[in-house]
Every structure is written in structure tokens, then in C-alpha cells.
Write a protein that binds this ligand. Structure first.
Ligand SMILES: Nc1ncnc2c1ncn2[C@@H]1O[C@H](COP(=O)(O)OP(=O)(O)OP(=O)(O)O)[C@@H](O)[C@H]1O
Ligand SMILES: [Mg+2]
Length: 454
């Protein structure tokens, strides 16, 4: 580039910056100032060059900077009622100051103040949104919400409290409705992370193709269409809290490998991104599937299993701790909506014995439904829950209990028993086949096939 072109370019640049710029020699003689500077102080480019800065500003600091050689940054220069923000920088040759450059960064400190205010406002917004989000992502239940006086219940609560103090993964196993999520929340509330988020994700409920972007997030422009904007993933969102992976047995194998990598490396990369982002969380996983069996069959990765199978909380089904049934049932009555005089509602002896003898394939969830069902059936003047208020499914099961074994060829006996089990399960799910298939541990199509033969 020719020297003239370069000069012109430089002039252009200097004259089109927002900052006011002036350069003086060590004696304070003005060598140059740009257009912004001229406008600010009402001076003339060209004709005012060569004059001494003190002619314009009798108390100018530039000669002082030239003498001391010490720069000043961000100082306020009062000028005609305005507060300007200025830098004054000595340019040295060896130890001698040759020139001094002054930059006027803000024409008025108000500019700086308003910018500051904007930033401060944004900060407040972000922080309060974070607090809102954390409130939203809080665990609802604590260990006190877990009712149970049986030996197993007490042991479980003790174990949960012990696990909570660690940041290692926790695996909660148990049939459907045994209270796995309740325990996960209670563990979070007892942990040192209790002030942070509790974030739950149900692997069975998220379509396979969406799971990765849900967990890892994506950069803007990764997908076309409605999702142009980027999105933060759950791993990032949890920010040092607890990540509850519900139904981990339903996580696709490929995602399992990715999860394992996150657990090991404690960092992620958003989809479509290249930057690694550190993540911090404690994992609680749960499943009602037989996960060891899945490992053997190759449907669950053994390396991930060994990683999460450290602290295991095995919640027994309700039928294995019948002592808790009445306690929980009474608790549900007491905590249900007031207004029905519910404080005084009790169970009759017969109703209690039915509840204790029943098998509870749907566990706590089923117990909750049964009690609510009974409360609904109470007439306004009634305050004793009797067998007539309970759903018929309870009797069928109990009758089974007393029925004498009939001698049959094994195959027929097994078939008959299978039919009974299917019928009972359907009764307990109020005819919901999807739920029944889940309880029976078979696929929906297998259940439909079997139903055809009943
Ligand atoms: N010990 C308990 N005391 C009182 N209520 C309980 C207890 N355990 C569970 N519940 C209640 O039972 C219901 C089911 O609990 P939760 O959702 O935690 O079960 P889950 O094991 O996660 O079931 P699923 O495998 O179907 O997801 C909830 O309404 C919960 O409040
Ligand atoms: Mg659950």
C-alpha cells in the first residue's frame, strides 16, 4: 500500500472512532487530534495543531504525565458540567517520555453509567431467573414424607441418609410404585447439594432421537426449522445439583455409552459444537427392570452398570413389608384434602385386614389410589372406611389367598395361574393394559396375545 493511501486510511479510522484522541509531545505541544476530540472541545483540526495543550486547558495533565512517565487510566475529567472518562498514556523512548496520548473514552460518564446499569439489570434478570429456575427444579419430597415403620423402611431411610453425603452415583431399584422417585428426592434434600437443582428425566418417556439433545443441548444453527436457536442441555442445567435418571433401563445402548463418558470425563460438548464444557452433578439412577439380567443379555452396558452399581438402594415391594400398609393408608387419609372431616376418618377392622392381606402389585401408588377411591365412596355422614368402600380388585386377590390348591396337570395349572395373574393385574390397573403390561414385565403385544386366549 502506498504511503499516501495508508495515511488516508489511518485518518479515516481515527476520524471515525467514537473515542476522542489527542497526541502531544513531551512539552505539551499538540501534534494531532481526531474529529471526535475536536467536536468534544470545540477545537479545529489543522489550525489548532502545533499549539500548546495548556492554551486550551490551563491545568492539563498531559505535561504532568510527560514528566512523571506514569499513565492514568479511567480518570474523570470535568468539562463544562460533564464528567468525561479519560486515559493518559506516556509513550517512551528508552526511559524518556517522547509523546503523550490522551483518549476520551466516554463523552460523559452518564454513558458509562447507563451501560453499567444495563449490565447490572441484565445480571439481576439472569440471577432472578436462575433462582426461579432452581425453585422450579427443587425436590418436593423429603425423607419425612417417606412413611414406614417396618424394619426394611427404617433400614432404607438410614441407607439413603448415608448415601446422600456422597457424590458417587446411586442406583435405586424396586418395582413400579415402590417410591423410587420419592427416595431420589429425599436423598437430594439430605445431600450437601440440597440448595442446588434436582433435575429429573425419564428415559422411558423421551423419544430416543430427542434424548441426546435433551441431555447435551445444541448450538444455534445445529438443526433447521423451529430450533434455530441453541439450547442448553440438562447436564449443564443441573449445575452441581442432582441429576435423576429415571427408568435408566430404558436408555438406548448408544446413549448409555455417552452417559458413561460424561460420568468419567465430567465434561460435555453440545451437539453441533466443538467447545468442551465442564459439568458437575451427582447421579441418581433408577429402574424397575432387572438390570443385572439386562447386563447378562447385553441390553444394558456392563461398564455403565459397574459405574452406577456402587450405592444401591433396593426398595422392597409393599407385600414384603405389610406392617407399613396401615400406617401409610392412615397417613394418606390424614393428608388428603380437608373439608370432608377427613381428620376423623378411620378404617374398620375388616377393611384393615383386607388392606393387609392384599398383594399390592402396584405398591404404594396402588395403595394411594385405593385409599383415595375409598374416600370418594364415603358419603358425607360416613367416617369409617368399610370393605364396601374399597375397590373390588382387593377382594379378588384376597379370595385367591384362601382358595385351596386344585390338582391339575402342570401345564394347565400354569396357564390357569397365568390367566389369574393377568386378570388381577388388570383389575389393579383399572383395566389399563399399558400399565398392566409394565407391571407384568411383558411387552404390550405379548399381553394382547395372551388376552386373546383368556
Ligand atoms: N413410603 C411412602 N410413603 C408414602 N407414600 C409413598 C411412599 N412411597 C411412595 N409413595 C407414593 O407412591 C407413589 C409412587 O411413588 P414413586 O413415583 O416414587 O414410585 P416409583 O418407584 O418411582 O414408581 P415407577 O417405577 O412407576 O416410576 C407416589 O404418589 C408417592 O408419593
Ligand atoms: Mg418413578
Amino acid at each position: 500500500m502506498a504511503e499516501d493511501d495508508f495515511r488516508e486510511m489511518l485518518e479515516l479510522l481515527l476520524n471515525n472512532t467514537h473515542e476522542g484522541l489527542v497526541i502531544c509531545d513531551a512539552a505539551g505541544k499538540i501534534l494531532y487530534f481526531n474529529r471526535s476530540y475536536a467536536e468534544m472541545y470545540n477545537m479545529k483540526q489543522g489550525s489548532d495543531f502545533g499549539k500548546n495543550i495548556r492554551e486550551f486547558f490551563p491545568r492539563a495533565r498531559i505535561p504532568v504525565i510527560a514528566r512523571t512517565g506514569v499513565a492514568e487510566y479511567g480518570v474523570i475529567h470535568k468539562w463544562k458540567g460533564k464528567d468525561l472518562v479519560v486515559n493518559r498514556i506516556p509513550i517512551k523512548e528508552g526511559s524518556k517520555v517522547k509523546r503523550v496520548i490522551a483518549q476520551v473514552l466516554f463523552r460523559d460518564i452518564k454513558e458509562l453509567k447507563s451501560m453499567n446499569e444495563k449490565v447490572a439489570n441484565l445480571k439481576i434478570k439472569v440471577e432472578s431467573m436462575g433462582a426461579e429456575l432452581r425453585k422450579f427444579l427443587q425436590a418436593k419430597y423429603s425423607i419425612n414424607d417417606i412413611i414406614g415403620d417396618s424394619y426394611q423402611a427404617k433400614q432404607l431411610k438410614k441407607q439413603a441418609a448415608k448415601y446422600a453425603s456422597s457424590s458417587l452415583p446411586i442406583l435405586i431399584l424396586g418395582e413400579s410404585g415402590t417410591g423410587k422417585e420419592l427416595f431420589a428426592q429425599a436423598i437430594h434434600r439430605m445431600s450437601p447439594r440440597s440448595e442446588k437443582s434436582f433435575l429429573a428425566i425419564n428415559c422411558a418417556a423421551i423419544p430416543k432421537e430427542l434424548m441426546e439433545s435433551e441431555l447435551f443441548g445444541y448450538e444455534s444453527g445445529t438443526f433447521t426449522g423451529a430450533t434455530q436457536k441453541g439450547k442448553i442441555g440438562k447436564f449443564e442445567m443441573v449445575e452441581g445439583g442432582t441429576f435423576f435418571l429415571d427408568e435408566i433401563g430404558d436408555m438406548p445402548l448408544e446413549m448409555q455409552a455417552k452417559l458413561l463418558r460424561v460420568l468419567e470425563e465430567k465434561q460435555i460438548t453440545r451437539l453441533g459444537g466443538s467447545k468442551t464444557i465442564p459439568v458437575e452433578f451427582s447421579l441418581i439412577a433408577s429402574t424397575n427392570r432387572n438390570i443385572e439380567d439386562m447386563v447378562e443379555r447385553g441390553t444394558f452396558r456392563s461398564d455403565l452398570f459397574y459405574r452406577i452399581n456402587v450405592f444401591v438402594l433396593k426398595i422392597p415391594p409393599l407385600r414384603d413389608r405389610r406392617e407399613d400398609v396401615l400406617l401409610i393408608a392412615r397417613n394418606i387419609v390424614a393428608s388428603s384434602l380437608p373439608g370432608h372431616g377427613t381428620e376423623k376418618v378411620v378404617f374398620s377392622r375388616e377393611a384393615e385386614s383386607l388392606l393387609i392381606q392384599y398383594g399390592w402389585p402396584g405398591n404404594m401408588r396402588e395403595l394411594r389410589n385405593v385409599v383415595n377411591f375409598a374416600m370418594h365412596n364415603l358419603l358425607p355422614h360416613e367416617s369409617v372406611i368399610e370393605p364396601k368402600h374399597l375397590p373390588p380388585s382387593l377382594f379378588a386377590r384376597v379370595e385367591d389367598h384362601y382358595s385351596k390348591p386344585v390338582l391339575l396337570p402342570l401345564k394347565r395349572g400354569v396357564e390357569n395361574r397365568e390367566k389369574e395373574i393377568i386378570r388381577e393385574t388388570l383389575r389393579s390397573t383399572y383395566g389399563n393394559k399399558v400399565a398392566a403390561a409394565k407391571l407384568l414385565g411383558v411387552s404390550r403385544s405379548v399381553l394382547y396375545d395372551k388376552l386373546k386366549k383368556i
